[in-house]
Structure formats: C-alpha cells, structure tokens
Design a protein around this ligand. Structure first.
Ligand SMILES: Cc1cc2nc3c(=O)[nH]c(=O)nc-3n(C[C@H](O)[C@H](O)[C@H](O)COP(=O)(O)OP(=O)(O)OC[C@H]3O[C@@H](n4cnc5c(N)ncnc54)[C@H](O)[C@@H]3O)c2cc1C
Length: 235
C-alpha cells in the first residue's frame, strides 16, 4: 500500500506511524491574484520580517500568492476586507507587477515541518506530504514528493522484473534507504532558510542581503543554487 494522502496521513497513522513535528508559528495566506502587468512567467519572492512573500505565475495571467505572516498577525489579517488586504499586499510586495487588480478567496494554512519517523511500515510506503511536509519558503515540498514517487516506481519495477514480492521488507527498505539523503538535505536547506530569514540579528541580516545581492548578479551562483535545490538525481 502507498500512503499518498497528505500530511498526517490517516493510512500511515492507522499503521502506527509517528511524525516529528515542529510549528514555525507562521501562517501562509494563499490566494489567486490578478495584476496590471502580465507576469510573463516570472516568479517573485520577497523576504519580509514576518516571513516570505511569493507571487508565482499561473495560466491565464493569474498569479498565486503565498504570503507568510506570523501567528500573531493571523487574527488581524483574517478580518481585513479585500480592499485593505490589497493595499497591505501592494505595500509589502511593491509594484513589480503594477497594481494588484483582484484577489480571490484567501485560505490560511498553519506552517509546520513534519517528518515521518520512517518512509515505510509493514507492506506500506509513504510518499509526498505523508512522508514529509515542508515550509513553502523554497517551494520544494511537491518536488520532493515527486522524487519519492520516481524512486518508488523504479524500485517496484526492478522488484517485478526480479519476481520479488513488491511489499517485501527488502524492497521497501531499499526505497527508504534511497530517499533518506534527499529528504534530509531538502529539509535541512528549507528549514535553514526559514531560520536564516526569520532572524533579526543585524550582522546576519547584512550577510544574507550581501548573499542575495551576489546571487542576483551571478549566473554561476544561480546555477549552483538551482541544481543543488532541484537535485534531480533520483538513484
Ligand atoms: C502555502 C503552500 C505553498 C506551497 N508551495 C509549493 C511550491 O511552490 N512548490 C512545491 O514544490 N511545493 C509547494 N508546497 C507543497 C505542496 O503543496 C505539497 O508538497 C504537495 O501538495 C504534497 O502533495 P501530496 O499529494 O503528497 O499531498 P496533498 O497535496 O495533501 O494531497 C493529498 C491528497 O490525498 C487526498 N486524500 C486524503 N485521504 C484520502 C483518502 N482516504 N482517499 C483518497 N484520497 C485521500 C486529499 O484529499 C488530498 O487531495 C506548498 C504548500 C503550501 C501549504
């Protein structure tokens, strides 16, 4: 059985799985927005003192907003009407996409890091959010879940070729072993970024701004960052 039913998977819970959980004390406000200037496929991310704000391109010139705020701001932000929300968003995001014309329904998500104690249980494999749930700061949760699926499919195919029971512990354990390093590294990078950008220690603020400046203007560093984060090596 494959548990692909999201964070705190009911399937895996019923099989006795436990998760490591860490509350970031942040809320992500997500919505579809329309802007005056077309996004032309560009994605934006801004690091604010309360958390990151990302505007990601979607089809039909919609953009997808992910605005991380602190738990303390949740109540205040949730009662803002569309006009007030739009003004505050415009002030924080700026004018890179011109005026914010429309904001659709807003949804609020508590942000947690969760990691299952194991990728497997008896005749069970966990994939995606059932195995790990990350902060959206680096947009890596879905990618990591896809890599779980790619690796699991390969291992199942190999077992079938060798006529081995695909639910056998040796097969599942191979899957678990192959996923450990990628999961560990991606969680470390993502969690490290959250901590780096929610730190208000002045020397660190200066260091990260200098870092971001160099990344902005160095194609070598951009390439290095993207290849490290995407990590498409799945075997
Ligand atoms: C605000 C936010 C922004 C994000 N941004 C990014 C990003 O930019 N890039 C990125 O890579 N990732 C991002 N992620 C993470 C990404 O959304 C998740 O990693 C991804 O959705 C995980 O997919 P999943 O299928 O494992 O789990 P889910 O998306 O939770 O899907 C699980 C599905 O299983 C269904 N289900 C549950 N129980 C059953 C059942 N018994 N029978 C049948 N179906 C069932 C649920 O209804 C649900 O549809 C973001 C997450 C959040 C919260």
């Amino acid at each position: 059985m494959v548990a692909a039913d999201g964070a705190y998977s009911a399937l895996a819970t019923n099989c006795g799985m436990k998760w490591f959980r860490y509350n970031y004390q942040q809320i992500a406000v997500v919505s579809k927005i329309t802007t005056e200037i077309p996004h032309f496929g560009r994605a934006f991310e801004k690091f604010t003192e309360h958390g990151p704000l990302a505007v990601l391109p979607m089809s039909n010139n919609f953009s997808f907003l992910i605005w991380c705020i602190s738990n303390k701001q949740h109540k205040e932000v949730s009662i803002w009407n569309k006009k007030k929300f739009s003004q505050e968003l415009q002030n924080t995001f700026g004018w890179k996409l011109g005026k914010i014309l429309n904001i659709e329904t807003r949804y609020f998500y508590d942000l947690w890091l969760t990691r299952a104690q194991s990728h497997i249980s008896h005749r069970l494999a966990l994939v995606g959010n059932a195995a790990q749930n990350l902060h959206p700061i680096a947009g890596q949760g879905f990618n990591l879940g896809l890599r779980d699926i790619v690796v699991l499919s390969k291992i199942i195919t190999q077992a079938l070729y060798r006529n081995i029971d695909i639910g056998d512990y040796s097969v599942l354990n191979t899957y678990q072993k192959h996923r450990y390093l990628d999961q560990y590294k991606t969680i470390k990078i993502t969690d490290g970024l959250v901590r780096l950008f929610s730190n208000h220690y002045l020397p660190l603020i200066i260091a990260r701004n200098v870092g971001l400046f160099f990344i902005k203007y160095s194609t070598f560093l951009q390439h290095l960052l993207v290849t490290t984060i995407l990590n498409w090596k799945t075997d």
